[in-house]
Design a protein around this ligand. Structure first.
Ligand code: ZN
Length: 58
């Protein structure tokens, strides 16, 4: 599964959903950004990343 222009870092890269023994993760084919997630949904992954950012700010 490919998500075009879905990368939270470079915002232009296509993000590919991958699965390994530890769960799902998303790899940006443009900048190499890796986003780990337990769910196979890119939306869930982005929400997790958003929460992480909020925790960092707070
Ligand atoms: Zn990227």
């Amino acid at each position: 599964m490919l998500y075009f222009r879905a990368c939270p870092r470079c915002e232009l890269g296509a993000v590919e959903a991958k699965e390994d023994w530890d769960g799902y993760y998303f790899l940006c084919l443009n900048c190499g950004f890796v986003l780990e997630c337990r769910s196979a949904s890119m939306t869930s992954a982005l929400l997790v990343e958003e929460q992480r950012n909020l925790e960092t700010v707070a």
